[in-house]
Design a protein around this ligand. Structure first.
Ligand SMILES: [Zn+2]
Length: 397
């Protein structure tokens, strides 16, 4: 007998045909069965049920939010139809074709200029001709030839010529400039450097796209620390934006604590180089409304070189604190596992400098909730949390 023809054993009213299947881990006491009719739903109003209709179950033609159990909420996922419809194939096609065209045109133009410059540089005769225009060696030669029997005239004419040459300094310089202007072809090593830099930037599109749909922390909330209530927080499916409305000091933390036994990876983006400093780290429940790192050195500082904030260099030639102080580092990646007391941070996507938390300065406590926390100090730099996800092994270790 087909299950869809079955009627609910609890409700004897009309329309009590089985319509839904309940996917909750534990079913509410009122329900007694996972197979539900409309009246069962009514009875379970106060519970948050995860349901799939019998019809869907049979047809397999839709993604059901909250099913199967995952660490990430599937309702935020790109897989849902409303998210899929936002993707514009024509835009992507046009974007890459245009991008390719612009790069090709620029490269072709630069190549032509370089080829022309190098052929001019290799034309030593041409360079020599220009030089001879201003050296006046042939004129000197002529004067000497014509006046070889009249030493005083010779001396006088040579003096006049030399004086004139000194008066012509601007003209001489122009000719020399026109020679050197073409000697601008870059060294192979410099060209290689530029190429790697551009390719790296293109690869970062892919990395950012991959990471942009994962959000394990839900959202961020304002703490009660200083002017935190003036920090605007915008959460979309893809990212969390933290926007101070003016130059201010404040702190925000994740709405959900992070799990002790999982490795979390966070990628954050800054819209500009911090004017003062920003701290990012993990603060325990009791201290999330006070100055991050006040109770222990559980954070990294951006914009200041300070031995108390994850200043230990794990990999790379330059300490990450120095790197972010000296130059604008747009992206940072953070990886943390509380119960192993591990907290790593690096520039992203290159990962040239990896710093870690100094274990003698701070130890994460067991059985304590920790929140991803950002403290900003006297600035209006916008910070975007591009992704927060659980990973299976450290990439920074
Ligand atoms: Zn029922």
């Amino acid at each position: 007998m087909n299950i869809l023809d079955n009627f609910c054993s609890i409700h004897q009213e009309e329309n009590n045909q089985i319509q839904f299947f309940c996917l909750n881990e534990e079913i509410p006491e009122e329900l007694k069965s996972r197979l539900l009719c409309n009246y069962c739903l009514e009875d379970a109003n106060k519970h948050r049920l995860i349901l799939v209709s019998m019809h869907r179950l049979k047809n397999n033609n839709r993604i059901v939010s909250q099913w199967p159990p995952t660490f990430q909420d599937i309702s935020q996922s790109i897989l849902l139809p409303e998210n899929l419809s936002k993707l514009k194939i024509s835009y992507i096609e046009e974007y890459y074709e245009n991008f390719k065209k612009q790069i090709c045109e620029q490269l072709e133009l630069q190549k032509k200029q370089d080829m022309m410059a190098i052929s001019q540089m290799l034309d030593y005769e041409g360079i020599l001709n220009k030089y001879n225009e201003i050296s006046s060696f042939s004129q000197i030669q002529n004067i000497i030839e014509y006046n070889k029997n009249s030493p005083s005239t010779l001396e006088q004419q040579l003096n006049e010529l030399i004086k004139q040459k000194y008066l012509d300094i601007d003209k001489n310089q122009l000719i020399i400039d026109s020679i050197f202007q073409n000697v601008t072809v870059m060294q192979e090593q410099e060209l290689q450097f530029i190429q790697n830099d551009i390719l790296q930037k293109i690869r970062s599109i892919q990395i950012l796209q991959k990471s942009s749909t994962l959000n394990q922390i839900g959202s961020m909330v304002q703490s009660t620390f200083k002017e935190s209530n003036k920090i605007k927080i915008k959460t979309s499916a893809c990212k969390i934006q933290i926007c101070p409305s003016q130059l201010l000091c404040g702190q925000v933390y994740s709405i959900k604590p992070i799990r002790q036994d999982k490795i979390y990876q966070f990628i954050i983006e800054f819209d500009k180089k911090p004017q003062n400093y920003i701290c990012v780290g993990f603060e325990e429940e009791d201290h999330k409304n006070r100055h991050l790192g006040n109770q222990g050195r559980n954070s990294f500082i951006i914009g200041q070189v300070n031995s108390s904030f994850c200043s230990q260099l794990l990999k790379g030639n330059k300490n990450l604190q120095d790197l972010v102080t000296e130059q604008f580092v747009k992206y940072l990646v953070i990886e943390v596992k509380l119960n192993e007391n591990k907290f790593y941070i690096s520039d992203f996507p290159n990962r040239t400098s990896i710093n870690c938390m100094n274990q003698t300065q701070y130890q994460f406590k067991a059985n304590t909730d920790y929140y991803f926390t950002i403290q900003i100090n006297n600035q209006d730099t916008q910070i975007h949390i591009l992704s927060s996800k659980i990973i299976h092994q450290f990439t920074l270790e």
